[in-house]
Design a protein around this ligand. Sequence first.
Ligand SMILES: NC(=O)c1ccc[n+]([C@@H]2O[C@H](COP(=O)([O-])OP(=O)(O)OC[C@H]3O[C@@H](n4cnc5c(N)ncnc54)[C@H](OP(=O)(O)O)[C@@H]3O)[C@@H](O)[C@H]2O)c1
Length: 216
Amino acid sequence: MKIGVLGTGMVGQTIGKKLCALGHEVRMGSRQAGNEKAVAWARSVGDKASEGTFADAAAFGELLWNCTSGHGAIPALQSAGPDSLRGKVLVDVSNPLDFSKGPPPSLFVSNTDSLGEQIQRAFAELRVVKTLNTVNCDVMVDASRVAGGEHTMFVCGNDAAAKAQVTEILRGWFGWRDVLDLGDITNARGTEAFLLLWIRLWGALKTGDFNIRVVR
Ligand SMILES: NC(=O)c1ccc[n+]([C@@H]2O[C@H](COP(=O)([O-])OP(=O)(O)OC[C@H]3O[C@@H](n4cnc5c(N)ncnc54)[C@H](OP(=O)(O)O)[C@@H]3O)[C@@H](O)[C@H]2O)c1
């Protein structure tokens, strides 16, 4: 599969590397083609990896991953243009973190709205599925890193077929066994707000290798 990964940070790099290892072709997008981190990433990953602008990555991908900073998500997708987004599934792993007042970060949208909803409203042509934003990027791509994979990943979004496709990806590619469909994209309010607790857990545990399990 041809996959566009928007974002050159540790999340885009980790997801992109894993997707290439699974045999997919990945183009990483950035504000400017030739981004130093993207070039180094593509070189280290090999011939299935390439890089370019956000627009290049979006045009390339049959499936898209949003791995930009929270503030960068909408500008990145705007620069991609509607023709490259139409009908595509966007796996949104971003969080609306606001670092402007120093650590710990707060959320720049919350309670009655979410970044996932803002993205879906701004780009009606996309089929947004919010997931993976509640764990560290190493755990995202390998659920077995924590507790033998016995913990929970959430998905939400308005398009049932898109959620089913992403759930298969989570299970088959990344090893998630407990995938919990919360419902429509408004549920991103809950999973994004979980970051306020995630940050405190990270501070207490001194590692990102943890997650929560929903026991029924
Ligand atoms: N770190 C984790 O393990 C983790 C876990 C869960 C969720 N997340 C979420 O995943 C996302 C990516 O995290 P990260 O740490 O890998 O990277 P990041 O530093 O949060 O974001 C880097 C990307 O955002 C783009 N960006 C920044 N400002 C922008 C703007 N104004 N307009 C357009 N694009 C802009 C950058 O573009 P350039 O390439 O042009 O510089 C770069 O590609 C974040 O939303 C984060 O909250 C992270």
